[in-house]
Design a binder for this molecule. Structure first.
Ligand code: DOR
Ligand code: ZN
Length: 447
C-alpha cells in the first residue's frame, strides 16, 4: 500500500494545521503543516504516495454507527452490504453495526458470520453484525448469543431492533447472559401493547390528521424498566433512538444511580418534528415517530450535556412501493448515513451546543467505546490506526435522493440545503471515499 499524506488539516478543528503521514494503515508521523516537502516531522514520505490537500478542513476520527439497517440478506432490492458500505464511507463512517432484522434474521452465527465476511469483501467500512436477542425476533426464546459472539463476526452487540424485547423475564435473562459474555444489549424501547396500530406520535398533530398515536409512555416505560433490570443484573443496557424528553430524564436519572446505561439519538429526531406529517408523506414515517419540537430540543441539549452518549443513524432503506403509499400502510424508517454529519452540524455545531471535539466524541469515540471496538474512535496520534474522516466545515450542499449511494431514496432531507460535508474517509490507511465518490469495492479477500 502506498503512503498517504493528508496535508494541512486541523485535528478536531482546533490548533494549527498539521500534515499526517499514514503508512501500512497506521499514522506514522504528524507535524506542523509543511506545504509540500518530502517529509512529515522528520519521517521521509515514500515516492509512491497519495496526497490529500486539506487546508481549511477538519480531521476527525472515523465515525462509528451503532445502528444501521443494511437489508442483506433478504431485501437486496432496497440496500446491500455493498451499497450501504458505500453510503457509510461517503458519510464519513469507518465502522457500522448492521441490525439483525434481515431475512433470514441474524439470529445464528451462520448469518452474522456471513454479514461480517461480506463486509470485509466489500472493504469500504467495517461491517459489524448485530445479533438478534431472540430467535426470529419473536421475543420468546433467547438466540444463541454465545455462538454468535464466538464466531468470526465476533458479535458484541445484540438487538431485536424493529421489535422490542418486551417480555421482562426474557429481557432480564438476555441482560444476564450479555453480562457473562461481555456483550451489549441494545433495546428498541417500545411497549407493543401501547403502540398497536400506531403510526405517528400521539399528540395534537396526529389527532388532527386522524393518525393513530404512539404515546411517549410506550418508549419511556421500557427505558425505565430496562434501567432497573440492568441495575439488578449488573449489566449494561443501550437505548436505541431515544425520542422523548422523558427518556432523557430517565437516562439521566439512571446514570445518576450508577446504572450502566447508554443512549443514542438519531439525526432525524434532532432536526425534525411531527409538524412534518401535515403532508401525509410517508417519507416522514419512522419508529419511534418524529415527536414534538420540545422533544427535539430536549434531545439536542442531552447530546450537549452528555446524557445522550452518541449519534446513531437508524439508516433504514425502504423500497418505493413501501413508502409511496397510504401513510398507515407505509413502512417506517428513513435513510441516514450520508446526511448524518451535516445534520449534526446544523442542529448542534452551528447553534453552539457542540464543538468539533464534541462531534468526535458523539460520532466516533463514544460509539466505539459502547460497542467495545478497540481500533476505532482512537486519538489522532502517531501509532494509532488510520481510521479518519476529513470534513469541510464551510461548504453547504443540497441533498438529492437519486444521487445518494443507497439503493433506496427514502430521505426526508431531499432538496434540503445542509451545512458541512465529508470530503474524505480513510479506513486503515485506505481512502474509501473522496470528494463524493466511494472507492471501488475491494477484490474478494481470503479470511
Ligand atoms: O423506523 C424504523 N425502521 N425503526 C425501526 O426500529 C426499524 C427500522 C427498519 O428496519 O426499517
Ligand atoms: Zn428501532
Amino acid at each position: 500500500m502506498s503512503d498517504l499524506v493528508i496535508r494541512g488539516a486541523r485535528p478536531y478543528g482546533a490548533g494549527e494545521p498539521v500534515d499526517v503521514l499514514v503508512r501500512d494503515g497506521v499514522i506514522v508521523a504528524l507535524g506542523a503543516a509543511a506545504r509540500g516537502g518530502d517529509e512529515v516531522d522528520g519521517v521521509t514520505i515514500a515516492e509512491d504516495v497519495q496526497v490529500i490537500e486539506a487546508a481549511g478542513r477538519i480531521l476527525l476520527p472515523g465515525f462509528v454507527d451503532l445502528h444501521t439497517h443494511l437489508r442483506e440478506p433478504g431485501r437486496e432490492d432496497t440496500e446491500t452490504i455493498e451499497s450501504g458500505s458505500a453510503a457509510a464511507a461517503l458519510g464519513g463512517y469507518t465502522a457500522v453495526f448492521a441490525m439483525a432484522n434481515t431475512d433470514p434474521v441474524a439470529d445464528t452465527a451462520v448469518v452474522t458470520d456471513h454479514v461480517w465476511r461480506r463486509g470485509r469483501e466489500v472493504g469500504l467500512v467495517d461491517v459489524h453484525p448485530v445479533g438478534a436477542v431472540t430467535v426470529g425476533l419473536a421475543g420468546k426464546q433467547l438466540a444463541e448469543m454465545g455462538t454468535m459472539a464466538a464466531g468470526v463476526g465476533r458479535v458484541r452487540m445484540f438487538s431485536d431492533d424493529g421489535h422490542c424485547v418486551d417480555d421482562p423475564l426474557i429481557m432480564r435473562r438476555a441482560l444476564e447472559y450479555a453480562k457473562s459474555l461481555d456483550v451489549l444489549i441494545a433495546q428498541h424501547a417500545e411497549e407493543p401493547r401501547l403502540t398497536r396500530g400506531a403510526v405517528a406520535h400521539e399528540g395534537p398533530t396526529a389527532a388532527r390528521l386522524g393518525l393513530a398515536g404512539w404515546p411517549r409512555a410506550a418508549e419511556e416505560s421500557i427505558v425505565a424498566r430496562d434501567a432497573l433490570l440492568a441495575r439488578d443484573a449488573g449489566a449494561r443496557v443501550h437505548i436505541c433512538h431515544a425520542s422523548t424528553s422523558g427518556t432523557v430524564e430517565l437516562v439521566k436519572w439512571a446514570k445518576a444511580q450508577g446504572i450502566s446505561i447508554t443512549a443514542e439519538v438519531t439525526p432525524h429526531h434532532l432536526l425534525l418534528d411531527d409538524s412534518r406529517l401535515e403532508t401525509y408523506d410517508a417519507v416522514n414515517k419512522v419508529n419511534p415517530p418524529l415527536r414534538e419540537a420540545s422533544d427535539a430540543e430536549a434531545l439536542r441539549r442531552a447530546v450537549a450535556d452528555g446524557v445522550i452518549d452518541c449519534i446513531a443513524t437508524d439508516h433504514a432503506p425502504h423500497a418505493e412501493q413501501d413508502k409511496c403509499c397510504e401513510f398507515a400502510a407505509a413502512r417506517p424508517g428513513m435513510l441516514g448515513l450520508e446526511t448524518a454529519l451535516s445534520i449534526i452540524v446544523e442542529t448542534l455545531v452551528t447553534p453552539g451546543l457542540l464543538d468539533w471535539r464534541g462531534v468526535a466524541r458523539v460520532m466516533s469515540e463514544n460509539p466505539a467505546r459502547i460497542a467495545g471496538l478497540d481500533d476505532q474512535g482512537r486519538p489522532i496520534a502517531v501509532g494509532e490506526p488510520a481510521n479518519l474522516t476529513l470534513v469541510d466545515p464551510d461548504t453547504s450542499w443540497t441533498v438529492r435522493a437519486p444521487e445518494l449511494a443507497s439503493i433506496s431514496g427514502n430521505t426526508p432531507f431531499d432538496a434540503m440545503t445542509l451545512p458541512a460535508r465529508v470530503v474524505a474517509t480513510v479506513l486503515r490507511g485506505r481512502v474509501t471515499a473522496h470528494d463524493g465518490v466511494a472507492a471501488t469495492v475491494t477484490q474478494r479477500v481470503r479470511l
